[in-house]
Design a binder for this molecule. Structure first.
Ligand SMILES: [Zn+2]
Length: 430
């Protein structure tokens, strides 16, 4: 999950300081569909988020080891590689942030790509991309929400060993029971440096992009709690909402977000007019910190997410007609910028825009200004420093209108009551 792309929603002050041939059509019915296996998911995450991979930073040996692990799994499943010899799509990642900072970096890295051919001769020339980034921050404080911890290993269990494990599990399930259209499994590198792997992929795709019917992304799917599942991009394919409802069958509460642009790799595909979905179990206090470890993963919850996603993908990949692309009108943006601001509050906003007016807080960082001021998880902020808050954007605008040290009045709805708090804003990293 990329914090730079969350600006102005989330930055700094908002609590985040700063080929096997498939069976031909008409062949005997395939074996029963395998169910997602939470133990396998847990095992994959434990490896990918272990200290020996040192946080999988793009261009690092740990990142290469993760790519090799993924490729071995595709080989064991007998999926087709991009080239006769390799599942790897190598390229040199060039982070824009380091170039702007005057020390341009060149990070040799690779996406991992595998293909499962569709069963229907008339449809197998069309594809559904199933993707997740596998890189994380490594030991870098760049993009970290705990820069004060220094160059410790940030394992990124939820971000995004969880998504990587979801894609591996889906590859296993679909290999056992393929779809009519073909499936491309893609593990992106360089996401944390600015969606570099997915940006490279869409410019160097092994299949024509106009043959890609949909892209389904998994970024941070390992912390399902309170039955809340966020899905971005639901309005980008006309058929998606009904498909999600059918697949879910009431198991979780799906909070659909319409737009196809979001803080992860689906944005690269949506920019190419491809319908996208991004499954996401929401932010949490360990996001981009050294504490995002495997022991905090809800593997059974992730298996539920994988099962819902598998049914949606099967629906997309088996239907006679292609998904209908819809360009979601851009929302007018409120002028809110974190640029040059180091103000810090310490609330963790709810990424699912609800029906309520105001911005719901899913958590409060311990010891933060918000914590000291008495803000609690579940509060709905309706006023901040004299400015009305109706959603995440107006919340951001209100926050960035202030500076560290300001004492602000924050009005929240708590169990239906208006509660007024007084909060002394802090300084990011301070
Ligand atoms: Zn991230």
């Amino acid at each position: 999950m990329n914090p730079r792309l969350l600006v102005p929603f989330l930055a700094a002050g908002l609590g985040l300081p700063a080929c096997h041939a498939a069976a031909p059509a008409g062949a005997p019915a395939p074996a029963p569909v395998a169910a997602p296996d939470s133990l396998r998911i847990r095992t994959d995450i434990a490896y990918l988020a272990s200290d020996r991979l040192e946080g999988r930073r793009t261009g690092s040996p740990g990142n290469d080891s993760a790519a090799a692990y993924i490729a071995r799994r595709y080989r064991a499943l007998g999926l087709a590689a991009m080239t006769p010899t390799s599942y790897l799509q190598p390229f040199v990642a060039r982070p824009a942030a380091s170039a702007h900072a005057g020390h341009p970096e060149e990070l040799p890295s690779q996406n991992v790509v595998a293909m499962l051919a569709g069963t229907d001769a008339a449809l197998r020339g069309q594809y559904v991309v199933i993707g997740a980034h596998y890189d994380h921050l490594g030991r870098s404080t760049e993009g970290a929400q705990d820069p004060q911890a220094g160059d410790v290993i940030r394992n990124g269990a939820d971000d995004n060993a969880s998504g990587t494990a979801a894609v591996l599990e889906l590859a296993r399930i679909f290999r056992a029971a393929p779809t009519r259209r073909s499936l491309l499994f893609v593990n992106f590198t360089g996401e944390e440096e600015g969606l570099l792997g997915s940006a490279y992929f869409v410019e160097h795709s092994p299949v024509a992009l106009d043959s890609v019917d949909a892209m389904i992304n998994f970024d941070m799917v390992g912390r399902l709690r309170n039955r809340r599942l966020i899905v971005y991009g639901v309005a980008t394919g006309t058929e998606f909402p009904a498909m999600l409802d059918r697949a879910n069958a009431g198991r979780v509460d799906i909070h659909g977000q319409g737009d196809g642009f979001g803080p992860s790799d689906q944005s690269s595909f949506y920019a190419k007019n491809i319908p996208v979905l991004h499954f996401f179990t929401d932010l949490h206090e360990d996001y981009h910190k050294a504490t995002d470890d495997a022991d905090k993963i809800n593997a059974a919850g992730e298996a539920t997410v994988v099962d819902i996603a598998e049914q949606v993908i099967r629906d997309v990949a088996d239907r006679p007609r292609r998904i209908t692309f819809f360009r979601v009108p851009a929302k007018p943006t409120v002028a809110a910028s974190s640029a040059g601001s180091d103000v810090y509050f310490g609330s963790i906003p709810d990424m699912a825009a609800g029906d309520v007016k105001g911005e719901r807080v899913t958590g409060v960082t311990a010891g933060s200004p918000a914590d000291k001021g008495g803000l609690r998880a579940g509060d709905i902020v309706v006023e901040f420093g004299g400015m009305e808050v109706s959603d995440l954007e107006t919340y951001s605008a209100a926050l960035y209108a202030h500076k560290p040290g300001d004492v602000v009045k924050v009005v929240v709805l708590r169990e239906g009551q208006r509660v007024t708090l007084s909060v002394t804003l802090g300084r990011r990293g301070g």
